[in-house]
Design a protein around this ligand. Structure first.
Ligand code: ADP
Ligand code: MG
Length: 278
């Protein structure tokens, strides 16, 4: 373990010797709308270790997107601490936040967030404009090839299917070699076949390249493909479980709704809140 020079913060390590790249402690987030205060997170602590593939589940309004935005340094918490790869996020100013996001984090959203009238190649080059621009075109092409879009480089978003658009967004998220991928319902707008393709890409990036991945979903079948499942409810973590034998994307049929629900109830809902495991 190596203490960070500036904060003497020491990242926790799990039982496999992996360092926490995300370490939030007692985070709260209160949105203010005029006189009304909306508590979206009510004291959340979580450590995500290098190389983990975790899903954040929970009903609509439970705070999943809020949490992901804080994890991605897109928004600051109302209170609590956040160390991202050893850096105290609360101490950063806006330009330092932008720099850390650009260097360390790749985002993927439910609605793809692609620019219109911009080719796939160009979309993926954009994150490289901020840094050292050498080999920009080549790196963008390689990222697109790695998500199976090597033959779609000059297509505009409206010339691509939903699944292909999401793969462009994934290529854009990984082109900078981020340490962490954060994805907010990335399969939420896709049919099940495209969803499986996208899930497969996330799983392969995690397993083959060791990219730490945090995946928000409300689909228990999707979560079943990750290594660890966090359940949020009303702004609190109510369960934190290792997924036994995660499914390999594309190899398992989606179960019927009834058995799927039964499995989730058995695995998560009836469980008393667990201690965050370390
Ligand atoms: P989820 O992604 O699980 O559906 P969110 O994080 O989007 O949940 O929302 C959590 C709570 O915070 C909800 O009650 C939501 O209405 C509220 N909320 C989210 N974003 C804002 C915002 N920008 N301003 C005010 N309230 C918000
Ligand atoms: Mg959401």
């Amino acid at each position: 373990m190596k203490a960070d020079k500036k904060t003497d913060y020491v990242a926790p390590v799990d039982d496999r010797g992996r360092k926490a790249v995300i370490d939030i402690r007692d985070i709260t987030k209160v949105y203010k709308m005029g006189d009304i205060e909306i508590p979206a997170l009510r004291g959340v602590s979580l450590q995500v270790y290098e190389g983990e593939f975790i899903s954040i589940m929970g009903p609509s309004g439970s705070g999943k997107s809020t949490m992901l935005q804080i994890l991605g340094a897109l928004d600051q918490p109302t209170s609590g601490e956040y160390y991202l790869d050893g850096v105290n996020v609360a101490k950063l100013n806006d330009s330092e936040l932008a720099a850390i996001r650009n260097r360390k984090i790749g985002f993927v959203f439910q609605s793809f967030n692609l620019l219109k009238r911009t080719t796939a190649q160009r979309q993926v080059e954009l994150p490289l404009l901020y840094g050292n621009g050498r080999d920009r075109a080549k790196r963008a092409r390689a990222a697109l090839e790695s998500v199976g879009l090597g033959s779609r480089l000059n297509h505009m978003p409206n010339e691509l299917s939903g699944g292909q658009q999401q793969r462009v967004a994934i290529a854009r998220a990984i082109v900078n070699n981020p340490a962490i991928i954060l994805a907010d319902e990335p399969t939420g707008n896709l049919d099940s076949r495209s969803g499986t393709e996208v899930l497969k890409i996330f799983q392969e990036m995690n397993r083959e390249n060791g990219i730490t991945t945090v995946f928000v979903t409300h689909d228990p079948f999707v979560a079943r493909h990750t290594d660890r499942m966090i359940m949020l409810r009303d702004g609190e973590i109510v369960a934190d479980k290792v997924v036994p034998d995660p499914y390999i994307a594309g190899t398992v049929e989606r179960p019927s709704e009834a058995s799927e629900l039964e499995g989730v109830f058995r695995e998560t809902y009836y469980e008393a809140p667990t201690e965050a495991f370390n």
